[in-house]
Design a protein around this ligand. Structure first.
Ligand code: ADP
Ligand code: ADP
Ligand code: MG
Length: 445
């Protein structure tokens, strides 16, 4: 087992990884920007290294600085968390060259899955149903029109390097397509330094259903069921739950089998997620694979009574998976609300000092967070400040528990999205499980 791990991240996920290391008896090194000197992950880690100024480009994305920190502190491995460098195959390669284990899959698999168009091609070739769309990238307008007519409108133009809900545009007809095609390419170039785009059929009222995978370095692959992530705003997840109210035992087996086979075919190892879109008839289509731990991993941890982060570490250390598919248990229902430091109406970020804080506790409530009373939420990073996760025997009770928890949660000094979550939790369609990725349209201003 590793003796010391550097966590190349910040916020709640850095703390989450430190907890896992503590339980495994592994020493930890935090890295932080100048703006994060007072951050909780810095206090919790055994050692901390400042890696640069506040902007991520000069700190949490600064590979030479992170590697130097790892060498000075003599760590065995680096956990990248989510976001930042977690899906950067070049970073994984640099780690390897420096004899530091990157806690994630191989750089080759990351590269293949990191290009979304390429990933679809690969998945299709190993028998996974994929969202109908263009074969590969679209390099000019004529091809765009031809492909769009073949697929049928409405069309979604997607950046092949896209992520975090960004780099997507809908086109309902030829004119919109021509317009959107050029803007999409320019935006993709500006945001991801890669102008490659591809086309997908825009699926009506779909659900976002994803399968959690764990795979070791010996070819053992298991799935830990699905997460329903249909409650989204601008393609970004707000609430996730497991199990999905739309999935029964047979469909879970089927989607799990497809996901496990796909991972075996591409030689995937470590934790990963295969994201599917499901249409109103229950057909599911591969959308993309995330080659890292996901924000919403706690809902899976609660219903399967597992520790995915510890699993990642043990797998990266070369252990054989201790769990077989038959031993994976599913207990009750879990829901996660992502609490952001944002105005609940406009979603404009609301950084600043927290003057009063009361985090919810009690039966079936888990809070993953890095905030504390008097903490200053810096304006430089993602506005996620806490994840509240509820667990109970049934969906109905998990919702009741979440409502109770969020009603008791107090964060003063900044605005948060708690009121928005309470609105959703009181929505009749949400309560009956009648949801799709269009659910939030009704609340949009
Ligand atoms: P998940 O896929 O784990 O449910 P997200 O899709 O929101 O969650 O991505 C995880 C985190 O990584 C988020 O905090 C998001 O801000 C960040 N992220 C993902 N991709 C990008 C990107 N291309 N640019 C900036 N941030 C990103
Ligand atoms: P990202 O890399 O940003 O996570 P995804 O490809 O996973 O991008 O898509 C993000 C979200 O966009 C999905 O969860 C879904 O809500 C929506 N979406 C993506 N593709 C389609 C599609 N073909 N039809 C309808 N909605 C889609
Ligand atoms: Mg996605």
């Amino acid at each position: 087992m590793f003796k010391k791990i550097l966590i190349a991240n910040r916020g709640e996920i850095a703390c989450r990884i430190i907890w896992a290391c503590r339980e495994l008896g592994i020493k930890t090194v935090a890295v932080h920007s100048e703006a994060d000197r007072d951050a909780l992950h810095v206090r919790y880690a055994d050692e901390a290294v400042c890696i640069g100024p506040a902007p991520s480009s000069q700190s949490y994305l600064n590979i030479p600085q992170i590697i130097s920190a790892a060498e000075i502190t003599n760590v065995d491995a680096i956990h990248p968390g989510y976001g930042f460098l977690s899906e950067n195959p070049y970073f994984a390669e640099v780690c390897k060259e420096c004899n530091i284990t990157f806690i994630g899959p191989s750089a080759d698999v990351m590269r293949m899955m990191g290009d979304k168009s390429e990933a679809k091609r690969t998945m299709k070739s190993v028998g996974v149903p994929v969202t109908p769309g263009s074969e590969g990238l679209i390099d000019d307008e004529e091809t765009a029109i031809k492909e769009a007519e073949k697929i049928g409108y409405p069309i979604l133009i997607k950046a092949t390097a896209g992520g975090g809900g960004r780099g997507m545009r809908v086109a309902r007809n030829r004119d919109e397509l021509l317009n959107a095609y050029q803007t999409a390419r320019a935006e993709a170039e500006a945001s991801f330094k890669n102008s490659g785009v591809y086309l997908e059929k825009y699926i009506d009222n779909p659900r976002h259903i994803e399968i959690q995978i764990l795979a070791d370095n010996f070819g053992n692959v298991i799935h830990l069921g699905e997460r329903e992530c249909s409650i989204q705003r601008r393609h970004q997840k707000l609430i996730e739950e497991s199990p999905s109210p739309a999935i029964d035992y047979e469909l879970r087996q089927e989607m799990g089998r497809v996901a496990v086979n796909a991972c075996k075919e591409v030689g995937y190892s470590n934790a990963g997620t295969i994201e599917f879109l499901m249409d109103e008839s229950g057909n599911f289509y591969f959308m993309e694979m995330n080659t890292r731990i996901q924000v919403e991993h706690p809902v899976t941890e609660l219903v399967t009574v597992s520790d995915l982060v510890a699993g990642q570490i043990r797998i990266a250390a070369g252990e054989k998976m201790s769990l077989t598919q038959d031993e994976v248990m599913f207990v009750g229902h879990a829901i996660e609300c992502r609490i952001n430091a944002e105005d609940p109406e406009t979603f404009i970020p609301s950084p600043g000092r927290i003057t009063t804080l009361n985090l919810p506790t009690g039966p079936g409530i888990r809070v993953d967070t890095a905030i504390y009373d008097g903490y200053f939420v810096p304006p430089y990073y993602d506005s996620l400040i806490a994840k509240v996760i509820s667990h109970s025997r049934t969906r109905e009770r998990a919702i009741a528990r979440m409502r109770r928890a969020l009603e008791a949660m107090v964060v003063e000094g900044i605005k948060t999205t708690i009121p928005m979550h309470l609105k959703i939790l009181n929505d009749p369609d949400f309560n009956s499980g009648n949801i799709s990725t269009r659910f939030m349209d009704r609340y949009q201003t």
